[in-house]
Design a protein around this ligand. Structure first.
Ligand SMILES: [Cu+2]
Length: 146
């Protein structure tokens, strides 16, 4: 009897973990003019998702967008560049690291990374990206913590 209850308990724990995992998988990132001492930033600079998950970028402040960096996405991923002032989203189907920036603020540190399926096989490509100005200063640390 005890064993049966124990098994039930363990199964329910697993079900709970599994269901919260799949619900918490999508990510929302805000595009902001200011966050603490930083200006022109994505609220999260690195997010990790599973294959098939969606990332939402909210246009909380105006004048921002999302542009995948050329050479900074896994092979086979098509160009992605959104309009300014618009909430946007992308569903990640190909595993790997995706580097992106905000087109007008790419030299002001407004960069971000999405790691899909815990696949870092294109890390060397990511290290080769030419970042500008303030982004150049913050990129290596971010890349190191991918
Ligand atoms: Cu911006």
């Amino acid at each position: 009897m005890l064993n049966k209850n124990l098994i039930k308990f363990i199964v329910s724990i697993f079900l709970f973990l599994f269901s919260t995992n799949s619900m918490a998988a999508d990510e929302t990132i805000e595009m902001l003019n200011k966050l603490g001492k930083e200006s022109m930033v994505y609220s999260k600079k690195i997010v990790r998702v599973d294959i098939g998950d969606t990332v939402y970028w909210k246009a909380t402040d105006k004048g921002h967008n999302v542009e995948f960096i050329k050479g900074g996405v896994p092979e086979g991923v098509e160009k992605f560049k959104t309009k300014f002032n618009k909430d946007t989203q992308y569903t990640f189907k190909i595993p790997g690291i995706y580097a992106y920036w905000c087109t007008p603020h790419k030299s002001m540190g407004m960069i971000g990374f999405v790691v899909v399926g815990n696949d870092k096989s294109n890390l060397e490509d990511i290290k080769k990206i030419k970042f500008y100005s303030r982004s150049k200063k913050i990129a290596p640390e971010l890349i190191n913590s991918l």
